[in-house]
Design a protein. Structure first.
Length: 95
């Protein structure tokens, strides 16, 4: 079963949609945390987990910035997923 999964060809467009959608969804969640004032707590918790002590300040929530963040990260995720799919297909079919 594992061999079948590892050697199966991928569909670059679908892989791009999955990765782009995932990154976009994570950043929608982040934008909501910023909008509701919960992001600073999460940043503090994450920094403590990494043994870091930094002073971090967040800019006020701006809807257009949030939309831009989601669009850009979704596009970057799509491109990376698509490229990984193309490379995967070339590597697995060449041997």
């Amino acid at each position: 079963m594992v061999y079948f999964i590892l050697m199966n060809t991928s569909h670059p467009h679908q892989l791009g949609l999955v990765l782009g959608g995932t990154l976009g969804a994570v950043h929608v969640l982040w934008s909501l945390l910023v909008a509701f004032g919960l992001a600073h707590t999460l940043i503090g918790w994450s920094l403590r987990l990494h043994f870091l002590k930094l002073q971090v300040s967040l800019a006020p929530f701006d809807l257009m910035t949030a939309v831009g963040l989601v669009i850009v990260t979704s596009l970057i995720g799509y491109v990376i997923g698509y490229l990984v799919g193309v490379i995967w297909n070339r590597v697995t079919t060449s041997s």
